[in-house]
Design a protein around this ligand. Structure first.
Ligand SMILES: [Zn+2]
Length: 241
């Protein structure tokens, strides 16, 4: 189907980013998974998926599985890479805290000319990832395991915060969990997992659903997997659909 729009709208770009994340993570591209990834309801997602199909970014199978069109994938890749680059620029150069940067980048990227983007690229040097651990050059994603799958006694290094929802990032920041953190799993039950930073300092506890969104490398390591919890329980109260 020919593309009817030269540029994705801001709303379409957010969906394309989340769809591309599902694709990178090897998860099925379905409206249900998109809803989980974006913390949005099924009707909201289904309307936008229809729009993306109409505008030629995606097609859908008989069983409703979503596929990128060639041009849709290329556009999504560009959008994702640019978003992660701006996030890195905003944290490293401008000094925006990493738990605030996702929303700021969303706004900034729509106002950026190619000329300014070249300056941004030069200013972050050879940074490989966004501040949440996602590769700027797509295709360079390192496979991880969910922190939630790790055993007591495992040594872990945080690789990536898979879900960049604002509340979740604020929560992880407040718990001092960030890419590059080295820690040991010291306790785990059906609700909570506790890790103690290798550098010392207070241990921190996360709910299992939050720990599912934190990808790590671990020793010993459970099988590789990217989790997509249906609902995020941050602590008290529930967050999500
Ligand atoms: Zn990011």
């Amino acid at each position: 189907m020919p593309r009817s729009n030269a540029h994705a709208t801001a709303g379409e770009e957010e969906y394309l980013q989340s769809l591309f994340w599902l694709h990178e993570a090897g998860l099925p591209l379905t409206a249900a998974n998109l809803g989980r990834a974006m913390r949005l309801s099924a009707p909201t997602v289904s309307e936008m998926v229809g729009r993306l199909e109409r505008d030629g970014y995606i097609t859908r199978d008989g069983d409703r599985t979503i596929h990128f069109t060639d041009s849709g994938r290329a556009d999504a890749q560009l959008i994702v890479s640019r978003h992660r680059l701006i996030e890195r620029f905003l944290t490293d150069v401008v000094g925006v805290p990493w738990d605030d940067v996702h929303e700021e980048a969303e706004r900034l990227e729509h106002a950026m000319t190619p000329r300014f983007e070249a300056y941004v690229r030069a200013s972050v040097g050879d940074a490989d990832t966004c501040p949440h651990g996602h590769p700027i050059r797509v295709g360079e994603r390192i496979q991880g395991v969910p922190l939630a799958d790790c055993e007591v006694g495992a040594r872990i290094t945080v690789l990536r915060l898979e879900n960049e929802a604002e509340d979740l990032l604020h929560h992880l920041m407040s718990q001092r969990v960030h890419p590059g953190l080295g820690a040991v799993v010291t306790a785990k039950d059906t609700e909570l997992i506790t890790i103690a930073p290798q550098a010392g300092g207070e241990p921190t506890s996360l709910t299992i659903s939050v720990a599912e969104t934190v990808s790590v490398t671990a020793e010993p390591s459970p099988p590789p997997r990217t989790a997509l919890p249906e609902q995020l329980v941050l602590g008290q109260g529930r967050y999500g659909r």
